[in-house]
Design a protein around this ligand. Sequence first.
Ligand SMILES: [Fe+2]
Ligand SMILES: [Fe+2]
Length: 272
Amino acid sequence: MTAAHATDPRALALSCLTEVSVGAKLALTAQASQAIAVEGPWLDSIGPGRCPSMPEPGRPERPPLVAPRELKQRKLNSVEGRAALIHAVAHIEFNAINLAWDAVYRFPDMPDDYYRDWASVASDEARHFSLLQARLAQLGYQYGDFPAHNGLWQAAVATEHDVMVRMALVPRVLEARGLDVTPGMIERLTRVGDRDTVAALELILREEVRHVAVGSRWFAYLCDQRRLESRSTFLGLLQHSAGALPRGPFNVSARLAAGFSPEELEALEKIC
Ligand SMILES: [Fe+2]
Ligand SMILES: [Fe+2]
């Protein structure tokens, strides 16, 4: 048997997750995801052990968090309006870094590839965030300049008890929602001629397909392990979750590429 490597990916994930400084979180994320990509096998070093609930991940004091209904919709024909939209997506990406690290940190007893997959997602999310942060700077703004909402982290807390529920309701609902709505944003930004932001969102959209696919992969693995039928299990979790149900229209080609089956999409169309 190969000796387990000393570096515990969950400990690395925790240090990234709890870091409050944006710059330090990005730097730590790059280091930790690189280490996790090449290290292992961890075998039994990733032992059981329950993680305490984390009502707040590491994040800077700004942006202030408000209820979603308090967020203003701004028109994209002003620089401020576009900056507000980019800021909203940057906030999603910042949360996505924490969500990916929480997936690594929180759930023991998963195969090594599970930790590698989510560490690589964290690294993508940090890159997405940095792209948008740079774009905001070009427009004269920075992350923290607009209020934001806390819905994504609430979903993390609501699914912290079970990795199967997390895989169903975070990547396969929230990240999948990004696949559905990003083409519309790209269209609106194209209409106002913001090519640089369009280029960033196109790259993000391409890479998010893999994140949802990672969620599909591990959701299917866990259903198999528990001898559950994956389609009815997913639909059942959706209907019993406190979060909003997915809303169409769906980006069918992206969702198919991300591991939704045609039958699953058909069933989703019926309940949503
Ligand atoms: Fe992302
Ligand atoms: Fe993502």
